[in-house]
Design a binder for this molecule. Sequence first.
Ligand SMILES: [Mg+2]
Length: 126
Amino acid sequence: MNPYHIVVIDDEKAMEMLFNAFFDKELSRGEIKITYLEEPSNFFDILAEEDVRLVMSDINMPIMNGYDFLDKIQEQKPDIPVYMISAYGGKDHIERAMQKGATGFFVKPFDFDVIKTQIREQMKSA
Ligand SMILES: [Mg+2]
């Protein structure tokens, strides 16, 4: 079975280390695969070639912000669950993201157990 492909988009390079450490077992067992991008513009090239199952995207990024990215992905591939990951977890941010079609919102610093539970749910329903 192909690994469940997750794309994490965040201009904070530390995210890669955090996710790799937390999903160490799942990655080494080949259950999941994670692609890291520092900004969303290459995402649609990856989407054209790979079976991306779930996306986690930062909101504050220099070239394209997470809200514009959400609009774009909703236009092109609305069936992929997109979770927003942001240090700004205010009600306005969360409501705006959900209105734009986000599946969920994780506030930094993360509770990775909550993220893992959500991903497991998505993997089951996929
Ligand atoms: Mg950022």
